[in-house]
Design a protein around this ligand. Structure first.
Ligand code: GLC
Ligand code: GLC
Length: 636
């Protein structure tokens, strides 16, 4: 164990920490904290030294004291959950895990309304509920809540922080973990820190990146990419007094300066506060952007990882069961760098998401099969969050080198995909809307709901089958599947954002419709689209819950020898015997076959789990357009 005494004299720190112990704290509770301190303090110390040199030891000591206080504040039921998860650390690898995501206001009006939807969440089988940002935020435009004015206040239109804590408890009692965003790269321009910075308070000026003139902004912008060029060019916006402030996203979202250890400590405090309200998983927003270094892209720098690891260590001390989900929608080589038990245990899987859509457009599976083969494996103790689409745009973040191996030119192919998904390609079934179309760089991304992108809006006959196929992939590749709530009844694009000046410039709103009440009302009627999707998906969800091979993330490729049919195997055990589920998924709009020769290694007959029938494999398998099969090939 590294010697911490150099920076924090053992006696000194022990005395300081003991001084914050409260009389009512039990010995067991206190000893548990000290035991975690023994492993986490050396880690935190060495991370702090790598990031800040030894200039920040005072801040580090304060941070550890904050953690000791926060642990003592932690409600007993959350400590019980900490203990439960410590005893079963792979709880989130279960094949019963299922995520859902929604906006509180759009889906249920407010937090009270959301509580009333819990019976439906149970019906669906959710175990994870991500509520989109629900904090106090600027009224007119807050980037859907991603500009936070106070991390300790819920947006009053939705309810209060107490309501959130009550909801978290109720969800927990129903087996559902509450997930909220930790938007730590930036605050809104209305946050108290931001107001003080603008007013010239030197302590808070150092919380942000503020420059007197364009010289430094120009220097940084030589190497930094534009994220929201429709909002403002580059990464800086001008303050009323003429100074320039770093704003990667919208002009009202100001990047925090993590070179200042006080910022780290302040944000760690906000994170622990949220953890103690009963949040089980935090979605670490915009992780790639948190560290800036002149002359670099200012994305995914080594210090970004050290900072995340330091946040992780703080959690282990004071809210030990809190998990991090990384939101890194970047090149696949960079996405995986965030995934580690000591950093983010969970991560969006943007590559799989994008390649599902790619396969639907091209009717070919080579890129997706390659991604599953070489980019699916992640460290023990971590899991992908697999999704068909999120509240954001779809970006084509595959690796150009991977594509080149398959004879695909990345840039040309992205151009095709953008044209296809905005219906500028003959025969396209998709009704997406371009996002941040940048003629200068040729960059463009796609907005839309699953159903509209899959052809339901264009009234394309096969849309329901496509929607089910896309979901079947996220349900069976391994990790936590995440549904965008409303997509399970086929909600369509909502163009009403065009009439709202605060939203009209941000096409992502097309994919964020209000609760589709009519569709939910008809979800039990299989003669309707909503009913057909709900029934089909309901069956897949039910089978997934009963299929232990779908737990964890282990996946073995299965070559189907058919360019339209994706194949993979999920080894595991069922009924006490080794077993494997072989998945076949046809991305073509025509019937396809997997030949007898290809299936040779499998037994003569196999249980097909979705239909619940035994199917002879000797003669090969015929798949209808967009057909999916889950064969249990061994085991009982
Ligand atoms: C994330 C969010 C996105 C938001 C951005 C800035 O990428 O998903 O909606 O605009 O962060 O906070
Ligand atoms: C993320 C992504 C970017 C995306 C943005 C908002 O931070 O890196 O590609 O478009 O959020 O949607």
């Amino acid at each position: 164990m590294p010697n911490t005494s150099r920076i924090l004299p053992d006696d000194g720190i022990r005395t300081a920490i003991r001084a914050v112990r409260r009389n009512e704290t039990s010995d067991a509770d206190w000893l548990a904290f000290e035991a975690r301190l023994a492993t986490e303090l050396p880690r935190l110390t060495s991370l702090f030294h790598s990031i800040y040199g030894n200039t920040a030891d005072g801040e580090l000591l304060q941070l550890v004291l904050d953690a000791a206080v926060s642990w003592q504040d932690r409600p007993a039921d959350l400590k019980a959950m900490d203990a439960e998860h410590a005893a079963a650390p792979d709880w989130f690898q279960s094949n019963r895990m299922l995520g859902g995501v929604c906006y509180v206001d759009l889906y249920a009006g407010n937090l009270a309304g959301l509580r009333e939807r819990i019976p439906y969440f149970r019906e669906l089988g959710l175990t994870y509920l991500h509520l989109m940002p629900l904090f106090r935020a600027p009224e007119e435009n807050s980037d859907g809540g991603y500009a936070v004015s106070s991390y300790r206040d819920v947006n009053p239109a939705l309810g209060s922080m107490d309501d959130l804590a009550v909801l978290a408890r109720e969800l927990r009692e129903n087996g559902i973990a509450l997930v909220v965003d930790f938007i730590f790269n930036h605050t809104s321009n209305e946050h108290e820190w931001a107001r003080k910075a603008v007013a010239g308070d030197p302590e808070y000026q150092d919380f942000y990146w503020i420059f007197p003139d364009r010289s430094m902004p120009d220097a940084y912008e030589r190497t930094v990419r534009e994220i929201f060029p429709d909002d403002h060019p580059g990464s800086f916006v001008q303050l009323d007094d003429g100074r320039w402030i770093w704003a990667t996203f919208h002009s009202f979202q100001w990047d925090l300066n993590y070179r200042n250890p006080k910022v780290f400590r302040a944000m760690a405090g906000e994170m622990l506060y949220l953890a103690n309200q009963g949040v089980g998983i935090v979605r670490m927003d915009a992780v790639a952007f948190i560290w800036k270094q002149l002359g670099t892209a200012c994305e995914s720098l080594p210090e970004a990882h050290l900072l995340l690891q330091a946040f992780n260590a703080v959690c282990r001390l004071a809210a030990p069961s809190l998990l991090f989900k990384s939101e890194a929608i970047v090149h696949p080589d960079e996405v995986v760098e965030y995934i580690h038990p000591g950093e983010c245990q969970l991560s969006y899987n943007p590559l799989q998401m994008a390649l599902i859509w790619n396969s639907l457009a091209t009717r070919e599976v080579s890129l997706l099969a390659q991604a599953l083969e070489r980019r699916h494996a992640i460290p023990e103790g971590t899991a992908w969050v697999n999704y068909v689409r999120s509240h954001d745009d779809i970006g084509w973040t595959f690796s150009d080198e991977d594509a080149a191996e398959l004879g695909i030119n990345g840039q040309d192919h992205r151009r095709f995909l953008n044209a296809f998904f905005v219906n500028r390609f003959p025969g396209s079934f998709a009704r997406g809307v371009p996002f941040q179309d940048n003629p200068r760089t040729g960059d463009c991304r796609i907005s839309g709901t699953t159903a509209s992108l899959a052809g339901l809006e264009a009234d394309h006959g096969a849309a329901v089958a496509r929607i089910l196929l896309a979901h079947s992939i996220i349900l069976s590749t391994g990790g936590i599947p995440l549904l965008y709530l409303g997509d399970e009844v086929g909600q369509l694009n909502d163009y009403s954002y065009l009439g709202d000046p605060a939203k009209a410039d941000d096409s992502r709103w097309v994919g964020r419709p209000a609760y589709p009440a009519d569709r939910y009302a008809s979800r039990k009627d299989p003669a309707t689209d909503a009913g057909a999707i709900a029934a089909g998906l309901g069956r897949l969800l039910e089978v997934r819950r009963q299929t232990p091979e779908f737990a964890g993330g282990k996946l073995v490729p299965f070559h189907t020898n058919n360019p339209h049919v994706l194949g993979y195997q999920r080894p595991g055990a069922a009924d006490g015997a080794d077993s494997v589920v072989v998945v076949l998924a046809n991305f073509a709009d025509t019937p396809q076959e997997v030949s007898a020769g290809t299936l040779q290694g499998l037994p003569a007959g196999a249980r097909e789990l979705i239909s619940g029938t035994t199917v002879p494999l000797r003669g090969g398998v015929a798949l209808e357009p967009y057909g999916v099969r889950w064969f249990r090939a061994r085991g009982k």
